[in-house]
Design a protein around this ligand. Structure first.
Ligand SMILES: *[C@@H]1O[C@H](CO)[C@@H](O)[C@H](O)[C@H]1NC(C)=O
Ligand SMILES: *[C@@H]1O[C@H](CO)[C@@H](O)[C@H](O)[C@H]1NC(C)=O
Ligand SMILES: *[C@@H]1O[C@H](CO)[C@@H](O)[C@H](O)[C@H]1NC(C)=O
Ligand SMILES: *[C@@H]1O[C@H](CO)[C@@H](O)[C@H](O)[C@H]1NC(C)=O
Length: 360
């Protein structure tokens, strides 16, 4: 493997300014890091030195195998910082090729990588394996690009969302491969202007907006684009889910799913406004989250269940401006061809519709 970093939680709280010219290099081995040893303190010290230095800085972790405990890399810093290995290309702002593992001694379940309040940054070539909790959590960030992210965990590992985004804007996730036990990507409240492109997902629960409406004072969701993605053997494909009986009203709008391939996906297209797993809510009270301006275009492949399309909106507030265009989902099972169900929505239909739209 070469680069096993055993990380409980890598908590990043940093602030990256715009790129300058001078480059200061902070090599963790100069701060006491040794191969196969615990480099938590060395990394922290190198980061602190980089953070305090004027101009651009680079924190270098030379190729090797290290141990790393929970580490919080905090800002604000004097200049932009890269964290990377020597073997990585120079143009990366934040690109640390590392394999993130788990610490089985942790009492609270660790998230492998947290990005909190990061702005204008790039995260590339990260591999996260077998997280105990979410693999990557993004909170309060702005203009953050994730590229070439690999997430792997068994399909039966509970609550191990690949990338969870909340209260963040201008987030892109591209060219990534996510296999895990929960949502490959989940977008919580306050996800705004998020583009997900060329992501392969599976196993897992698919790409989800939500769940929304469980908590008080959630922020609106808007401007979501999921383009050119492939889902394989997942329980859902593209999904929007909101809880019934939610405390306050809210909204999610301008959400578009385009050019998606489904391979053996149990619920390829699903809007679920009666999302209430394990009877945690009063399911009979309708959701107060308004969903609007949603499109599903060019979505094809195979469904693992007969019900390939489900659009179940709130009976209190109907879904508005939902588009189904060029849908081609087949089901091979004995119960006959794929079907679709609609409730409290009148989708705008165009192009091919297999299954026929809103016909059980
Ligand atoms: C994200 O993608 C959008 C649309 O392709 C682009 O306009 C934006 O600059 C990208 N943002 C980042 C942070 O890469
Ligand atoms: C999609 O992402 C994969 C990596 O997961 C990459 O190999 C491939 O080149 C990307 N495709 C495009 C069209 O960028
Ligand atoms: C998807 O599931 C099928 C049937 O269970 C299996 O044969 C196939 O290997 C799986 N594909 C992937 C990429 O895991
Ligand atoms: C609906 O979504 C489209 C595509 O993103 C956007 O251009 C348009 O402004 C949205 N309309 C409303 C009323 O939000």
């Amino acid at each position: 493997m070469g680069k096993t970093l055993s990380i409980a939680t890598l908590s990043l709280l940093l602030f990256l300014a715009s790129t300058g010219n001078a480059l200061n290099v902070f090599d963790v081995t100069k701060y006491g890091a040794q191969a196969n040893a615990d480099i938590t303190q060395a990394l922290l010290n190198a980061w602190k030195a980089a953070c305090a230095a004027a101009g651009s800085s680079r924190v270098v972790v030379p190729e090797g195998t290290y141990r790393l405990g929970e580490v919080s890399l905090r800002g604000p810093c004097m200049g932009p910082i890269e964290v990377l290995e020597l073997s990585m290309a120079k143009d990366k702002l934040l690109g640390n090729k590392m394999i993130v593992g788990e610490n089985t001694n942790c009492k609270t379940l660790a998230i492998n990588l947290r990005f909190d309040f990061i702005t204008n940054s790039i995260v590339r070539d990260i591999r996260s394996m077998n997280s105990k909790n979410f693999h990557i959590n993004v909170f309060g960030c702005k203009n953050l690009m994730f590229q070439h992210i690999i997430v792997s965990a068994p399909g039966n590992s509970v609550n191990t969302d690949g990338i969870h985004i909340g209260r963040s804007s201008g987030i892109n996730i591209t060219d990534s491969n996510i296999g895990t036990g929960d949502d490959c990507i989940s977008l919580g409240d306050g996800s705004q202007d998020v583009t997900i492109r060329n992501v392969s997902c599976g196993p897992g629960h698919g790409i989800s907006i939500g769940s929304l409406g469980k908590y008080m004072n959630e922020q609106p969701v808007f401007g979501i684009r999921v383009i050119g993605c492939t889902l394989t053997n997942t329980t859902n494909g593209v999904r929007i889910k909101t809880w019934p009986s939610n405390p306050t009203s809210g909204s999610a709008t301008d959400m578009h799913f385009e050019d998606i391939i489904m391979n053996n996906v149990a619920n390829p297209i699903i809007i679920d406004q009666v999302y209430c797993p394990w009877n945690q809510c009063k399911a009979q009270i309708p959701s107060k989250i308004k969903l609007s301006n949603i499109s599903f275009r060019n979505i094809r492949g195979t469904s693992a269940t007969k019900e390939a399309v489900e659009l179940i909106c709130s009976r209190n507030i109907l879904c508005e401006r939902v588009v189904l265009a060029n849908i081609d989902l087949t089901y091979q099972g004995l119960e006959g061809p794929a079907t679709s169900t609609c409730a409290n929505v009148n989708p705008i239909i165009s192009g091919k519709q297999n299954p026929p739209a809103c016909v059980l």
